[in-house]
Design a protein around this ligand. Structure first.
Ligand SMILES: [Zn+2]
Length: 61
């Protein structure tokens, strides 16, 4: 079980976590990756982050 480090709400379901897409606003990566941050739905603190699409089927070397 995961608890929010800030407000200690238990994060048990997807409803307790808000996934926010972070587009490449920073611009230092030009790839078409999409980053996400996972935020506590109760207090909004960022709990974690991830990248979607990094392991898509484009594995051609
Ligand atoms: Zn919280």
């Amino acid at each position: 079980m995961v608890h929010c480090p800030d407000c200690e709400t238990s994060l048990e379901t997807a409803d307790d976590i808000e996934f926010v897409e972070v587009d490449s606003a920073t611009g230092f990566i030009k790839a078409s990756k999409r980053s996400y941050t996972a935020n506590c739905a109760a207090c909004g603190v960022t709990i974690g982050s991830g990248v979607a699409g990094a392991k898509s089927n484009g594995g051609a070397a």
